[in-house]
Design a protein around this ligand. Structure first.
Ligand code: ATR
Length: 279
């Protein structure tokens, strides 16, 4: 019997994770089965128990269960504890181990796939919810010159900056409102808000994109996201969506489970082609 893995979410029907992990398994010769599983919004813990009873070896966790998964774990990696959220589970001898590979996926996509360094850069992180919290520690570990967190509710951005102050090392780490970005410029601007889900555009002051700036949206879709459209019109030199992050966080989870790091470029290229064909 193949080792069993899955991704839990709600909704989950359109998840790309089964295709990504199937490609990784084929490429590395690993014998595993990976399914998409819908859990009831109030039924995540029961879904985990059922999956473990079925013999599940591990799982990914997506919206809206990452905080539930964090609470369910018997052991947490440092980065999951810091994120307050878990996207990767391993079931080991009846114990649930949690990790968070989102931040590592983001950093690897920016550094390796997009070829941009983060060290010494001025980085702006938009949003102060779970998605933002999950990537702060891995971003700070790259030694940026500054990490500025900006949010519609500025108090939440300030709280996040304070919560990660011990990891800032030499970086200037601050949190505040969008309006406070006026007269500031950034080398990398990352959108971790969910504004595009509601079709809203962010009230960003003009001029925040430094020459050569990379605008990165952790979201992705068929066409250009609202944030990337805004960034392009405001002069961002390079734009990237979160498809690469999706593939890289999956590769990080696969490595954890199977002890083999899959190659991602071909998988990302196929997903990109399929996504464009949908448009
Ligand atoms: P996630 O887990 O995706 O981060 P979340 O924890 O609900 O989801 O956080 C959503 C983030 O997107 C928050 O930073 C939120 O801003 P507030 O803290 O002010 O709510 C931000 N967001 C959502 N809709 C937005 C909008 N229309 N304009 C600006 N920011 C928005």
């Amino acid at each position: 019997m193949s080792d069993l893995y899955c991704v839990f979410g709600n909704p989950i029907a359109h998840s790309k994770s089964p295709a990504i992990h199937a490609a990784f398994a084929q490429q590395t010769g690993e014998d595993l089965r990976y399914e998409a599983r819908l859990a009831a919004v109030d039924g995540f813990f029961a879904a985990i128990s059922d999956f473990v009873a079925e013999g599940g070896c591990g799982a990914n966790v997506t919206v809206p269960f990452k905080e539930d998964a964090y609470r369910r774990c018997d052991r947490l990696s440092d980065r999951a504890a810091r994120a307050g959220a878990v996207n990767t589970l391993q079931f080991i001898n009846g114990s649930v181990h949690g990790d968070n590979t989102d931040g590592a996926g983001l950093v690897r996509d920016i550094r390796v796939n997009l070829g941009r360094r983060l060290a010494g850069q001025r980085i702006l992180l938009l949003g102060a919810g779970g998605a933002s919290r999950g990537v702060i520690a891995p971003l700070l570990a790259e030694n940026p010159a500054a990490l500025v967190i900006a949010n519609r509710s500025p108090d939440k951005a300030q709280q996040l900056a304070a919560a990660f102050a011990d990891l800032a090392a030499g970086a200037v780490l601050t949190g505040g409102a969008f309006a406070e970005l006026r007269d500031q410029q950034f080398d990398i601007v990352i959108n971790a808000t969910s504004a595009s889900l509601s079709g809203d555009s962010l009230p960003l002051p003009a001029g925040i994109f430094a020459p050569g700036c990379l605008a990165y949206d952790m979201m992705y879709g068929k066409g250009e996201t609202p944030f990337l459209a805004l960034a392009r019109t405001q002069g961002a030199a390079h734009c990237a969506d979160g498809l690469g992050m999706l593939v890289e966080q999956a590769a990080e989870a696969f490595s954890l489970w199977r002890g083999k790091r899959p190659e991602t470029a071909g998988v990302l290229a196929s997903l990109r082609t399929a996504l464009s064909a949908q448009g």
